[in-house]
Design a protein around this ligand. Structure first.
Ligand code: ZN
Length: 192
């Protein structure tokens, strides 16, 4: 941040009185610009047929990670619930109509100031098509998941959690759980 969003004066990074960490502060109007993590909300749209499960993935038509595969998801908007965000992002990116089930995964990505959340979702039909932010949308069963071509570590982790739980459900050995994970940046790795 370089300029105050209230008065357009340049901001300074300093620890305000009574605070314990640096904030962008406007020297002109004294506004303190707090910055907090953003929520990324998505779904895991599944289709079950003949004893097999398939997951809907979208190939990104935008940076970052152009051309890589992701679950449908995106930034939550103001005046929106997480539930509505999951349905909207799924519809926008994949054209898919889903019935949301439970909240399945919550992943902290502190280095990029984000929290990612994914809901389990059932595809109502197979009438999906790539939205403006997707090059292609298709169903993958477990054996075909493009693990090396996934866009983000949170997608990989969420899919791993999903297929582990799916195997348990199929074996009559449990139900879908709620999973949390922290993606911590390792040194010398270009991505998070
Ligand atoms: Zn200002």
């Amino acid at each position: 941040m370089k300029f105050c969003s209230e008065c357009a004066h340049p901001v300074e990074l300093l620890v305000p009185e009574g605070d314990n960490r640096p904030r962008y502060v406007c020297a002109q109007c004294a506004t303190i610009h707090y910055q907090n993590p953003k929520m990324v909300i998505g779904s895991i749209p599944i289709w079950e047929e003949a004893g097999e499960v398939a997951v809907l993935l979208c190939r990104r038509a935008i940076e970052p990670r152009y051309g890589k595969w992701t679950l449908p998801g995106g930034f939550m908007e103001n005046n929106e619930t997480t539930w509505a965000a999951a349905i909207r992002e799924t519809q926008e990116e994949s054209g898919a109509d889903v019935e949301l089930r439970t909240l399945f995964a919550l992943l902290n990505v502190p280095q990029v100031h984000q929290v990612h959340m994914f809901y389990l979702a059932r595809l109502k039909n197979l009438d999906f098509c790539a939205g403006e932010e997707s090059l292609e949308v298709r169903l993958f069963n477990h054996a075909d998941i493009p693990w090396d071509e996934l866009a983000f570590p949170t997608i990989r982790k969420t899919l791993k959690f999903f297929f582990e739980d799916y195997a348990k459900v199929q074996a009559g050995d449990g139900d879908y759980g709620f999973h949390t994970h922290d993606i911590i940046k390792r040194q010398n790795r270009p991505d998070f």
